[in-house]
Design a protein around this ligand. Structure first.
Ligand SMILES: Cc1cc2nc3c(=O)[nH]c(=O)nc-3n(C[C@H](O)[C@H](O)[C@H](O)COP(=O)(O)OP(=O)(O)OC[C@H]3O[C@@H](n4cnc5c(N)ncnc54)[C@H](O)[C@@H]3O)c2cc1C
Length: 337
């Protein structure tokens, strides 16, 4: 088949890869140049993990994680950094309890955080952390570029107003428009601008990716190769925004990042560098959405701040929709209606 994809972020690139592996011809349309920083998939790192409070997502990531490992075998550039994850919070945290239950239900190994696992991170006496080895981070921009290269797609810079008009030239249209899907399909989602930054460290800091379940929820990464800095982000508190408007890092969030650097990593005078924003496209329950807009036009909105790790899995499902092997309503939880 001849398949058109709108959007060259992680979802569009993963879908292109899945379709091309199955022998289809793929063309991607994006309103910006590949590698742009206006959407959700730019930057160096995204957490990949099976640890979720909801067993539904842990189950999907059993397959999704293996797809990242498989992708890594296709390129000599390192995309997947399997550092492990520590998910920590108050001992009484309901969310943390659900995470451990979800891992147990899916047979994913976990252990209680031990200070020697990650000596630079301090957690308090009334807190507990759980470590899973099936986790780490992916080099985001590099992953998108690798998927596009492996797919051998034609990428055309063009803004598509009406996806179904592409059916004049293509057999199927798949829309992975990120935050712009809200207006294209009138979706019940909120687009927010999130802030993250790097904090300079005296030397590169090894360790795991981490999620701090206390409020506000923060997350972070060990140093990237050759970088004396750690990346920290604030989850869930972004300002609502129009994705096409330029945005600035939020000053309150930068202060939370500094506070975290002091309390968790003992960095007394945090020096922030590379302060950046990125778009979440959130549903009220953080579930993903997908659907069939009209015959042979499929769309997916898998963001809500945690979608990147699911990119390869979503790409396979969108390829299934295009081939008629599956329909969006087969996963009622993501089906808008
Ligand atoms: C700060 C931050 C941290 C995150 N951390 C994590 C994490 O640790 N782990 C994780 O799993 N996820 C994380 N996420 C979420 C993840 O990054 C997103 O779920 C994912 O990148 C969404 O990808 P996408 O392809 O749907 O959207 P995008 O990357 O935004 O791609 C959509 C593309 O569609 C194009 N487009 C839109 N409309 C049109 C049109 N009409 N015509 C042509 N082109 C169009 C856009 O230009 C854009 O390039 C994070 C997100 C943010 C913002």
């Amino acid at each position: 088949m001849n398949i058109a994809i709108i959007g060259a972020g992680i979802m569009g690139a993963s879908t292109a890869y899945a379709c091309s592996k199955r022998g289809h011809e793929v063309t991607i349309f994006d309103q910006f140049n590949p590698g742009h920083t206006n959407g959700s998939s730019h930057g160096n790192s995204r957490i990949v993990r099976k640890a979720y409070p909801d067993p539904f997502y842990t189950e999907i990531m059993q397959e999704g994680y293996a797809l990242w490992q498989e992708l890594q075998t296709q390129t000599s550039e390192q995309i997947l950094f399997e550092t492990g994850l520590v998910y920590f919070g108050k001992r009484k945290s309901q969310e943390l309890h659900l995470v451990t239950e979800s891992l147990r239900a899916n047979g994913v190994k976990q252990s209680v955080f031990n200070w020697s696992d990650f000596a630079d991170l301090s957690i308090q006496e009334d807190e507990i952390g759980y470590v899973t080895k099936d986790a780490g981070w992916v080099f985001a921009a590099r992953a998108v570029q690798t998927l596009l290269t492996l797919s051998r797609v034609t990428v055309i810079q063009a803004h598509i107003e009406e996806p179904k008009e592409l059916l004049k030239d293509f057999d199927r249209v798949i829309v992975c428009a990120g935050a712009w899907a809200k207006s294209l399909f009138n979706l019940p989602v909120t687009v927010t601008r999130q802030t993250f930054a790097y904090v300079r460290t005296a030397e590169p800091m090894e360790g795991m990716v981490w999620i701090d379940d206390t409020h506000p929820m923060l997350y972070g990464f060990p140093s990237e190769p050759g970088k004396s800095a750690i990346k920290i982000g604030v989850h869930n508190l972004g300002d609502e925004t129009d994705p096409s408007e330029p945005g600035q890092p939020n000053a309150d969030h930068l202060e939370m990042i500094r506070a975290c650097a002091r309390s968790r990593f003992g960095i007394q005078n945090p020096n922030l560098i590379d302060q950046t924003t990125c778009l979440y496209t959130r549903t009220s329950d953080e579930d993903f959405l997908w659907g069939e807009a009209s015959p042979n036009v499929f769309w997916a909105s898998p963001c809500s701040g945690h979608g990147f790790k699911f990119g390869p899995w979503i790409g396979e499902r969108l390829a299934d929709f295009a081939e008629g092997k599956m329909h969006p309503r087969d996963v009622p939880r993501f089906n808008l209606s």
